[in-house]
Design a protein around this ligand. Structure first.
Ligand SMILES: [Zn+2]
Length: 506
Protein backbone atom coordinates (compact mmCIF):
# COMPACT_ATOMS: atom_id res chain seq x y z
CA UNK A 1 0.00 0.00 0.00
CA UNK A 2 1.34 3.43 -0.87
CA UNK A 3 2.40 5.83 1.86
CA UNK A 4 0.47 9.07 2.26
CA UNK A 5 2.48 12.23 2.89
CA UNK A 6 0.93 15.66 3.43
CA UNK A 7 2.66 18.96 2.74
CA UNK A 8 1.83 22.58 3.55
CA UNK A 9 3.40 25.99 4.08
CA UNK A 10 2.73 28.78 6.55
CA UNK A 11 5.54 31.28 6.22
CA UNK A 12 6.25 34.80 7.27
CA UNK A 13 9.34 36.44 8.70
CA UNK A 14 7.96 38.72 11.39
CA UNK A 15 9.48 42.03 12.37
CA UNK A 16 8.34 42.34 15.97
CA UNK A 17 9.10 46.08 15.99
CA UNK A 18 6.53 46.83 13.30
CA UNK A 19 3.14 48.11 14.47
CA UNK A 20 1.52 46.98 11.19
CA UNK A 21 0.00 43.63 12.14
CA UNK A 22 -0.37 40.80 9.64
CA UNK A 23 -3.84 39.44 8.92
CA UNK A 24 -5.17 36.51 6.94
CA UNK A 25 -6.10 38.94 4.17
CA UNK A 26 -2.43 39.89 3.86
CA UNK A 27 -1.55 36.23 3.22
CA UNK A 28 -4.47 35.83 0.82
CA UNK A 29 -3.45 38.93 -1.14
CA UNK A 30 0.19 37.92 -1.33
CA UNK A 31 0.29 34.13 -1.73
CA UNK A 32 -2.36 31.55 -0.96
CA UNK A 33 -2.81 28.30 -2.91
CA UNK A 34 -4.43 25.01 -1.98
CA UNK A 35 -5.02 21.38 -2.91
CA UNK A 36 -4.84 20.47 -6.63
CA UNK A 37 -3.84 23.96 -7.68
CA UNK A 38 -0.95 23.89 -5.22
CA UNK A 39 0.21 20.47 -6.47
CA UNK A 40 0.07 21.72 -10.09
CA UNK A 41 2.17 24.72 -9.14
CA UNK A 42 4.78 22.38 -7.63
CA UNK A 43 5.18 20.42 -10.89
CA UNK A 44 8.19 21.09 -13.16
CA UNK A 45 6.25 23.52 -15.37
CA UNK A 46 4.33 25.16 -12.55
CA UNK A 47 5.04 28.42 -10.78
CA UNK A 48 5.07 27.94 -7.03
CA UNK A 49 5.30 31.54 -5.85
CA UNK A 50 4.37 33.96 -8.66
CA UNK A 51 6.20 37.27 -8.41
CA UNK A 52 8.73 35.84 -5.97
CA UNK A 53 10.16 32.49 -6.96
CA UNK A 54 9.36 29.98 -9.64
CA UNK A 55 10.47 27.08 -7.48
CA UNK A 56 10.74 27.08 -3.73
CA UNK A 57 10.62 24.50 -0.93
CA UNK A 58 7.38 22.79 -1.89
CA UNK A 59 8.26 22.18 -5.54
CA UNK A 60 11.73 21.02 -4.47
CA UNK A 61 10.01 18.64 -2.07
CA UNK A 62 7.49 17.32 -4.62
CA UNK A 63 10.16 16.79 -7.28
CA UNK A 64 12.50 14.95 -4.91
CA UNK A 65 9.68 12.84 -3.48
CA UNK A 66 8.66 11.78 -7.02
CA UNK A 67 12.26 10.84 -7.78
CA UNK A 68 12.68 8.89 -4.53
CA UNK A 69 9.31 7.21 -4.28
CA UNK A 70 7.61 7.24 -7.68
CA UNK A 71 4.08 5.97 -7.14
CA UNK A 72 4.99 4.47 -3.81
CA UNK A 73 3.96 7.73 -2.13
CA UNK A 74 0.67 9.56 -2.43
CA UNK A 75 1.16 13.29 -1.87
CA UNK A 76 -1.59 15.16 -0.04
CA UNK A 77 -1.28 18.90 -0.87
CA UNK A 78 -2.94 21.00 1.84
CA UNK A 79 -2.26 24.71 1.40
CA UNK A 80 0.52 27.24 1.01
CA UNK A 81 0.28 30.64 2.72
CA UNK A 82 3.17 33.07 2.36
CA UNK A 83 3.48 36.72 3.28
CA UNK A 84 6.35 39.16 2.91
CA UNK A 85 8.10 40.24 6.14
CA UNK A 86 5.88 42.54 8.24
CA UNK A 87 4.53 42.95 11.77
CA UNK A 88 3.29 40.15 14.10
CA UNK A 89 0.26 38.03 13.24
CA UNK A 90 -3.10 39.02 14.64
CA UNK A 91 -4.81 36.61 17.04
CA UNK A 92 -7.45 35.96 14.36
CA UNK A 93 -4.82 35.04 11.78
CA UNK A 94 -3.25 32.41 14.05
CA UNK A 95 -6.66 31.00 15.03
CA UNK A 96 -7.61 30.87 11.36
CA UNK A 97 -4.51 28.81 10.55
CA UNK A 98 -5.04 26.50 13.54
CA UNK A 99 -8.60 25.86 12.45
CA UNK A 100 -7.54 25.33 8.86
CA UNK A 101 -4.86 22.83 9.95
CA UNK A 102 -7.45 20.89 11.95
CA UNK A 103 -9.87 20.71 9.04
CA UNK A 104 -7.18 19.72 6.53
CA UNK A 105 -5.80 16.92 8.69
CA UNK A 106 -9.25 15.61 9.57
CA UNK A 107 -10.21 15.54 5.90
CA UNK A 108 -6.92 13.90 4.92
CA UNK A 109 -7.49 10.80 7.06
CA UNK A 110 -4.55 8.49 7.68
CA UNK A 111 -1.11 10.01 7.00
CA UNK A 112 2.35 8.42 7.15
CA UNK A 113 4.35 11.63 7.13
CA UNK A 114 4.07 15.43 7.10
CA UNK A 115 6.25 18.16 5.60
CA UNK A 116 5.73 21.75 6.77
CA UNK A 117 7.53 24.69 5.21
CA UNK A 118 7.92 27.44 7.82
CA UNK A 119 10.07 30.52 8.17
CA UNK A 120 10.90 30.09 11.85
CA UNK A 121 10.81 33.75 12.91
CA UNK A 122 7.06 34.19 13.06
CA UNK A 123 5.64 36.18 15.97
CA UNK A 124 2.09 36.96 17.00
CA UNK A 125 0.35 39.41 19.29
CA UNK A 126 -1.45 36.83 21.46
CA UNK A 127 0.14 33.59 20.26
CA UNK A 128 3.74 34.65 20.75
CA UNK A 129 5.27 31.80 18.78
CA UNK A 130 2.58 30.77 16.27
CA UNK A 131 4.78 28.18 14.53
CA UNK A 132 5.05 26.22 17.77
CA UNK A 133 1.23 26.26 18.01
CA UNK A 134 0.96 25.02 14.40
CA UNK A 135 3.39 22.16 15.03
CA UNK A 136 1.82 21.21 18.37
CA UNK A 137 -1.57 21.03 16.66
CA UNK A 138 -0.22 18.92 13.82
CA UNK A 139 1.46 16.60 16.31
CA UNK A 140 -1.80 16.14 18.22
CA UNK A 141 -3.66 15.37 15.00
CA UNK A 142 -1.22 12.83 13.57
CA UNK A 143 -0.15 11.21 16.84
CA UNK A 144 3.31 10.73 18.35
CA UNK A 145 4.78 8.31 15.81
CA UNK A 146 4.21 9.96 12.44
CA UNK A 147 7.38 11.70 11.21
CA UNK A 148 7.03 15.47 10.79
CA UNK A 149 9.78 17.38 8.98
CA UNK A 150 9.87 21.19 9.01
CA UNK A 151 12.07 23.42 6.90
CA UNK A 152 13.18 26.82 8.18
CA UNK A 153 14.84 29.95 6.87
CA UNK A 154 18.33 30.22 8.38
CA UNK A 155 17.13 33.39 10.13
CA UNK A 156 14.77 31.25 12.19
CA UNK A 157 14.54 31.10 15.95
CA UNK A 158 14.79 27.57 17.33
CA UNK A 159 12.97 26.97 20.61
CA UNK A 160 12.19 24.29 23.14
CA UNK A 161 8.50 24.40 22.23
CA UNK A 162 9.30 23.76 18.58
CA UNK A 163 11.74 20.96 19.44
CA UNK A 164 9.32 19.33 21.91
CA UNK A 165 6.87 18.66 19.07
CA UNK A 166 9.28 15.99 17.87
CA UNK A 167 9.47 17.57 14.42
CA UNK A 168 12.80 17.34 12.59
CA UNK A 169 14.11 20.79 11.62
CA UNK A 170 16.44 21.72 8.82
CA UNK A 171 17.21 25.09 7.26
CA UNK A 172 18.59 26.86 4.20
CA UNK A 173 22.36 26.61 3.76
CA UNK A 174 22.72 29.87 1.85
CA UNK A 175 22.51 33.56 2.68
CA UNK A 176 21.28 35.39 0.62
CA UNK A 177 18.93 32.45 0.18
CA UNK A 178 19.29 30.57 -3.09
CA UNK A 179 18.49 27.03 -1.98
CA UNK A 180 14.73 27.08 -1.28
CA UNK A 181 14.08 24.16 -3.65
CA UNK A 182 17.04 22.06 -2.54
CA UNK A 183 16.03 22.59 1.11
CA UNK A 184 12.64 21.10 0.19
CA UNK A 185 14.48 18.21 -1.47
CA UNK A 186 16.54 17.61 1.70
CA UNK A 187 13.27 17.44 3.65
CA UNK A 188 11.89 14.91 1.15
CA UNK A 189 14.97 12.75 1.60
CA UNK A 190 14.74 12.68 5.41
CA UNK A 191 10.97 12.17 5.41
CA UNK A 192 10.99 9.45 2.74
CA UNK A 193 13.60 7.44 4.61
CA UNK A 194 11.71 7.88 7.88
CA UNK A 195 8.34 6.91 6.41
CA UNK A 196 9.64 3.82 4.63
CA UNK A 197 11.73 2.66 7.58
CA UNK A 198 15.01 3.01 5.67
CA UNK A 199 16.25 5.27 8.44
CA UNK A 200 15.29 6.24 11.97
CA UNK A 201 16.14 9.95 12.06
CA UNK A 202 16.80 11.55 15.44
CA UNK A 203 17.47 15.24 15.95
CA UNK A 204 19.70 17.04 18.43
CA UNK A 205 19.92 20.82 18.73
CA UNK A 206 21.77 23.54 20.57
CA UNK A 207 20.89 27.17 21.24
CA UNK A 208 23.48 29.88 21.82
CA UNK A 209 23.32 33.07 23.87
CA UNK A 210 24.29 35.18 20.86
CA UNK A 211 22.24 37.35 18.52
CA UNK A 212 24.99 38.95 16.42
CA UNK A 213 28.24 37.70 14.90
CA UNK A 214 29.52 36.07 11.75
CA UNK A 215 30.28 39.42 10.07
CA UNK A 216 27.98 39.90 7.09
CA UNK A 217 26.76 36.29 7.69
CA UNK A 218 27.07 35.48 3.96
CA UNK A 219 27.61 31.78 3.34
CA UNK A 220 30.39 32.40 0.78
CA UNK A 221 32.43 34.88 2.84
CA UNK A 222 34.54 34.35 5.95
CA UNK A 223 33.82 33.57 8.70
CA UNK A 224 30.52 31.82 7.83
CA UNK A 225 32.05 30.13 4.80
CA UNK A 226 34.02 27.94 7.22
CA UNK A 227 30.89 27.03 9.17
CA UNK A 228 28.97 25.98 6.05
CA UNK A 229 31.98 24.05 4.79
CA UNK A 230 31.98 22.20 8.10
CA UNK A 231 28.26 21.42 7.68
CA UNK A 232 28.86 20.00 4.20
CA UNK A 233 31.75 17.92 5.49
CA UNK A 234 29.83 16.51 8.44
CA UNK A 235 26.88 15.64 6.18
CA UNK A 236 29.15 13.27 4.27
CA UNK A 237 29.24 10.98 7.31
CA UNK A 238 27.10 7.94 6.41
CA UNK A 239 24.88 8.29 9.47
CA UNK A 240 24.45 12.09 9.38
CA UNK A 241 21.32 12.93 7.40
CA UNK A 242 21.32 16.69 7.81
CA UNK A 243 22.72 19.63 9.78
CA UNK A 244 21.74 23.29 9.89
CA UNK A 245 22.90 26.59 11.37
CA UNK A 246 20.29 29.17 12.39
CA UNK A 247 21.39 32.77 12.72
CA UNK A 248 18.13 34.46 13.80
CA UNK A 249 16.59 37.62 12.50
CA UNK A 250 17.41 40.58 14.73
CA UNK A 251 13.98 42.18 14.86
CA UNK A 252 12.50 39.44 16.96
CA UNK A 253 11.48 40.16 20.56
CA UNK A 254 11.64 36.53 21.79
CA UNK A 255 13.33 36.72 25.21
CA UNK A 256 15.21 33.50 24.36
CA UNK A 257 16.38 34.79 20.97
CA UNK A 258 19.66 33.23 19.89
CA UNK A 259 21.61 31.44 17.20
CA UNK A 260 21.06 27.70 17.08
CA UNK A 261 21.90 24.56 15.18
CA UNK A 262 20.32 21.19 14.47
CA UNK A 263 21.71 17.79 13.52
CA UNK A 264 19.67 14.90 12.16
CA UNK A 265 21.29 11.49 12.40
CA UNK A 266 20.13 7.99 11.51
CA UNK A 267 19.42 6.06 14.68
CA UNK A 268 22.35 7.37 16.73
CA UNK A 269 21.30 9.85 19.40
CA UNK A 270 24.80 10.23 20.76
CA UNK A 271 26.25 11.07 17.38
CA UNK A 272 23.45 13.60 16.81
CA UNK A 273 24.31 15.27 20.13
CA UNK A 274 27.99 15.29 19.24
CA UNK A 275 27.44 16.87 15.81
CA UNK A 276 25.09 19.53 17.21
CA UNK A 277 27.53 20.30 20.01
CA UNK A 278 30.48 20.65 17.65
CA UNK A 279 28.49 22.87 15.28
CA UNK A 280 27.44 25.06 18.22
CA UNK A 281 31.13 25.52 19.08
CA UNK A 282 31.82 26.61 15.51
CA UNK A 283 29.00 29.17 15.65
CA UNK A 284 30.15 30.50 19.02
CA UNK A 285 33.65 30.97 17.62
CA UNK A 286 32.45 33.61 15.10
CA UNK A 287 30.57 35.73 17.63
CA UNK A 288 33.15 38.53 17.70
CA UNK A 289 32.88 39.17 13.95
CA UNK A 290 30.44 42.06 14.13
CA UNK A 291 28.53 43.29 11.08
CA UNK A 292 30.09 46.42 9.54
CA UNK A 293 28.83 49.77 10.76
CA UNK A 294 26.98 51.38 7.86
CA UNK A 295 27.58 55.04 6.93
CA UNK A 296 25.09 57.73 7.91
CA UNK A 297 22.92 59.33 5.22
CA UNK A 298 25.37 62.25 4.89
CA UNK A 299 28.38 59.93 4.66
CA UNK A 300 26.53 57.87 2.05
CA UNK A 301 25.95 61.05 -0.01
CA UNK A 302 29.70 61.73 0.00
CA UNK A 303 30.35 58.18 -1.26
CA UNK A 304 27.69 58.57 -3.95
CA UNK A 305 29.19 61.84 -5.23
CA UNK A 306 32.65 60.31 -5.40
CA UNK A 307 31.51 57.20 -7.30
CA UNK A 308 31.28 58.96 -10.68
CA UNK A 309 32.27 55.93 -12.77
CA UNK A 310 29.84 53.62 -11.04
CA UNK A 311 27.07 56.09 -11.83
CA UNK A 312 28.16 56.51 -15.43
CA UNK A 313 28.49 52.79 -16.16
CA UNK A 314 25.33 51.72 -14.38
CA UNK A 315 23.75 52.68 -11.13
CA UNK A 316 24.42 52.76 -7.41
CA UNK A 317 22.12 50.63 -5.27
CA UNK A 318 21.51 52.54 -2.07
CA UNK A 319 20.02 50.35 0.64
CA UNK A 320 17.85 52.16 3.16
CA UNK A 321 19.20 49.92 5.93
CA UNK A 322 17.03 51.35 8.71
CA UNK A 323 13.84 50.81 6.74
CA UNK A 324 14.29 47.47 5.00
CA UNK A 325 10.90 46.25 3.87
CA UNK A 326 12.66 42.98 3.03
CA UNK A 327 13.20 42.58 6.78
CA UNK A 328 9.71 43.65 7.78
CA UNK A 329 10.04 47.43 8.12
CA UNK A 330 7.01 49.53 7.22
CA UNK A 331 8.78 51.34 4.35
CA UNK A 332 7.65 54.87 5.18
CA UNK A 333 10.81 56.23 6.82
CA UNK A 334 11.73 59.62 5.37
CA UNK A 335 15.17 60.14 6.89
CA UNK A 336 17.25 58.90 3.95
CA UNK A 337 14.69 60.20 1.48
CA UNK A 338 15.02 63.71 2.92
CA UNK A 339 18.81 63.70 2.48
CA UNK A 340 18.50 62.45 -1.11
CA UNK A 341 15.92 65.10 -1.91
CA UNK A 342 17.81 67.96 -0.28
CA UNK A 343 21.33 67.03 -1.32
CA UNK A 344 20.92 64.98 -4.48
CA UNK A 345 20.50 67.89 -6.94
CA UNK A 346 22.13 67.18 -10.27
CA UNK A 347 21.69 63.42 -9.97
CA UNK A 348 18.95 61.14 -11.23
CA UNK A 349 17.50 59.29 -8.26
CA UNK A 350 14.81 56.59 -8.11
CA UNK A 351 13.27 56.21 -4.67
CA UNK A 352 10.17 54.94 -2.95
CA UNK A 353 8.07 55.54 0.13
CA UNK A 354 4.88 54.07 1.54
CA UNK A 355 1.92 56.38 2.04
CA UNK A 356 -1.60 55.05 1.70
CA UNK A 357 -3.21 58.48 2.24
CA UNK A 358 -1.22 60.13 -0.54
CA UNK A 359 -1.95 57.30 -2.98
CA UNK A 360 -5.64 57.60 -2.16
CA UNK A 361 -5.57 61.38 -2.60
CA UNK A 362 -3.67 61.27 -5.90
CA UNK A 363 -5.33 58.21 -7.44
CA UNK A 364 -7.93 60.28 -9.30
CA UNK A 365 -5.46 63.04 -10.29
CA UNK A 366 -4.71 63.28 -14.00
CA UNK A 367 -1.20 62.63 -15.26
CA UNK A 368 0.81 65.81 -15.64
CA UNK A 369 -0.92 67.50 -12.70
CA UNK A 370 1.33 69.46 -10.35
CA UNK A 371 0.80 68.46 -6.71
CA UNK A 372 2.05 69.28 -3.24
CA UNK A 373 1.86 66.52 -0.63
CA UNK A 374 3.54 65.28 2.54
CA UNK A 375 4.81 61.71 2.18
CA UNK A 376 5.74 59.06 4.78
CA UNK A 377 6.24 59.30 8.53
CA UNK A 378 2.58 58.70 9.35
CA UNK A 379 2.38 55.11 10.63
CA UNK A 380 5.38 55.52 12.96
CA UNK A 381 5.70 59.26 13.56
CA UNK A 382 8.24 58.58 16.33
CA UNK A 383 10.75 57.28 13.76
CA UNK A 384 10.54 59.91 11.02
CA UNK A 385 8.52 62.99 10.06
CA UNK A 386 6.32 63.39 6.96
CA UNK A 387 8.33 64.92 4.11
CA UNK A 388 6.76 67.77 2.09
CA UNK A 389 7.31 67.29 -1.66
CA UNK A 390 6.21 69.14 -4.76
CA UNK A 391 6.10 67.55 -8.19
CA UNK A 392 4.18 66.19 -11.14
CA UNK A 393 2.10 63.00 -11.26
CA UNK A 394 3.68 60.79 -13.94
CA UNK A 395 1.94 57.44 -13.63
CA UNK A 396 -0.20 54.99 -11.71
CA UNK A 397 -0.28 51.24 -11.46
CA UNK A 398 -1.68 48.46 -9.33
CA UNK A 399 0.66 45.76 -8.20
CA UNK A 400 -0.62 42.32 -7.21
CA UNK A 401 0.07 41.99 -3.51
CA UNK A 402 1.27 45.47 -2.71
CA UNK A 403 -1.62 47.59 -3.91
CA UNK A 404 -1.76 50.88 -5.78
CA UNK A 405 1.26 53.00 -6.64
CA UNK A 406 1.72 56.55 -7.90
CA UNK A 407 4.85 57.90 -9.59
CA UNK A 408 5.82 61.46 -8.69
CA UNK A 409 8.39 63.41 -10.69
CA UNK A 410 10.20 65.65 -8.19
CA UNK A 411 12.83 66.92 -10.63
CA UNK A 412 16.00 65.06 -9.76
CA UNK A 413 14.03 62.34 -8.00
CA UNK A 414 11.44 59.93 -9.36
CA UNK A 415 9.45 58.83 -6.32
CA UNK A 416 7.13 55.82 -6.27
CA UNK A 417 4.54 56.26 -3.51
CA UNK A 418 2.96 52.95 -2.56
CA UNK A 419 -0.22 51.95 -0.79
CA UNK A 420 1.33 48.79 0.68
CA UNK A 421 4.89 47.88 1.69
CA UNK A 422 7.36 49.08 -1.00
CA UNK A 423 9.42 45.93 -1.46
CA UNK A 424 12.05 47.60 -3.67
CA UNK A 425 14.32 44.62 -4.17
CA UNK A 426 14.17 43.84 -7.91
CA UNK A 427 14.66 46.16 -10.93
CA UNK A 428 11.06 45.27 -11.84
CA UNK A 429 9.84 47.40 -8.94
CA UNK A 430 10.96 50.50 -10.86
CA UNK A 431 10.64 49.13 -14.39
CA UNK A 432 6.96 48.40 -13.90
CA UNK A 433 6.48 52.16 -13.50
CA UNK A 434 8.44 52.93 -16.68
CA UNK A 435 11.73 53.73 -14.92
CA UNK A 436 15.00 52.20 -16.15
CA UNK A 437 17.40 51.56 -13.24
CA UNK A 438 20.37 51.52 -15.65
CA UNK A 439 19.71 55.21 -16.39
CA UNK A 440 19.67 56.28 -12.74
CA UNK A 441 22.61 57.48 -10.69
CA UNK A 442 21.06 56.09 -7.53
CA UNK A 443 18.35 53.49 -7.02
CA UNK A 444 16.97 53.16 -3.52
CA UNK A 445 16.41 49.56 -2.37
CA UNK A 446 14.66 48.44 0.79
CA UNK A 447 16.44 45.13 1.23
CA UNK A 448 19.60 43.88 2.95
CA UNK A 449 21.05 41.23 0.60
CA UNK A 450 18.71 39.79 -2.03
CA UNK A 451 18.78 42.94 -4.19
CA UNK A 452 22.47 42.30 -4.85
CA UNK A 453 21.48 39.21 -6.85
CA UNK A 454 18.56 40.83 -8.65
CA UNK A 455 20.44 44.04 -9.57
CA UNK A 456 23.58 42.23 -10.68
CA UNK A 457 23.39 43.65 -14.25
CA UNK A 458 22.74 47.29 -13.26
CA UNK A 459 24.49 47.71 -9.94
CA UNK A 460 28.04 49.10 -10.08
CA UNK A 461 28.32 49.96 -6.39
CA UNK A 462 26.36 49.06 -3.28
CA UNK A 463 26.04 51.57 -0.47
CA UNK A 464 24.17 50.94 2.76
CA UNK A 465 22.95 53.93 4.71
CA UNK A 466 21.79 53.83 8.30
CA UNK A 467 19.50 56.46 9.74
CA UNK A 468 17.12 55.42 12.53
CA UNK A 469 14.27 53.04 11.97
CA UNK A 470 12.75 49.63 12.31
CA UNK A 471 15.63 47.50 11.04
CA UNK A 472 18.63 48.92 12.88
CA UNK A 473 21.33 46.48 13.94
CA UNK A 474 21.21 47.71 17.53
CA UNK A 475 17.66 46.38 17.94
CA UNK A 476 18.72 43.58 20.36
CA UNK A 477 19.82 46.23 22.85
CA UNK A 478 16.14 47.08 23.33
CA UNK A 479 14.97 43.50 24.02
CA UNK A 480 14.48 42.15 27.56
CA UNK A 481 16.34 38.84 27.36
CA UNK A 482 15.73 36.04 29.85
CA UNK A 483 19.49 35.40 30.10
CA UNK A 484 22.68 37.31 29.23
CA UNK A 485 23.20 37.38 25.47
CA UNK A 486 26.24 38.32 23.37
CA UNK A 487 26.95 41.12 22.41
CA UNK A 488 24.37 42.88 24.61
CA UNK A 489 25.97 41.42 27.75
CA UNK A 490 29.35 39.89 28.43
CA UNK A 491 28.95 36.09 28.10
CA UNK A 492 31.86 33.73 28.68
CA UNK A 493 30.37 30.38 27.65
CA UNK A 494 27.35 29.22 25.69
CA UNK A 495 26.59 25.95 27.42
CA UNK A 496 24.89 27.25 30.56
CA UNK A 497 22.26 29.22 28.71
CA UNK A 498 21.86 26.40 26.18
CA UNK A 499 21.15 23.95 29.01
CA UNK A 500 18.67 26.34 30.65
CA UNK A 501 16.83 27.02 27.43
CA UNK A 502 16.62 23.38 26.37
CA UNK A 503 15.91 22.16 29.91
CA UNK A 504 18.86 19.78 29.59
CA UNK A 505 21.85 19.45 31.87
CA UNK A 506 24.95 17.66 30.75
ZN1 LIG B 1 16.31 34.70 5.83
Amino acid sequence: MSKRIAFLRIAQETNALSPVLTSIDDFRRTHFFEHGDLLDRCQPRGEEAPGFLRNAELSGFVKAMKRLAGDEVELVPMFSAWMIPAGPLTEDAVRWFLDRIRREFEAAGHLDGVYVSLHGAMRGVVFEEPEADFLETIRKLVGPDVPVVASLDLHAQMSRRKADTGALFLAYHTNPHRDHASTGARCADVLYKAVTGQARPVMAWRTLPMVLGGGFTLDFLAPMRGVFRYIRRVMRHPKVMDASALMVQLWNDDKHLGWACTAIVDGDTLLAEEVAHELAHKLWSVRHHMPPLFPTADEAMVQIRRAKWARRLGTICLSDASDMVGAGAVGENTRLLRTLLEEGEGMRIFATVRDEEVVEALWGTSEGARVEVEVGGKICPELSRPLPVEGVVRGRSTDHGFGRRVLLDLGHMQLIVTEGPPLAMKPMFYRSMGLKPMKADVVMVKSLFPFRLFFLCQNRKTIYARTRGMTDFDAPYRVQFAHPVHPVHPVSDWQTVDALRRGAWY
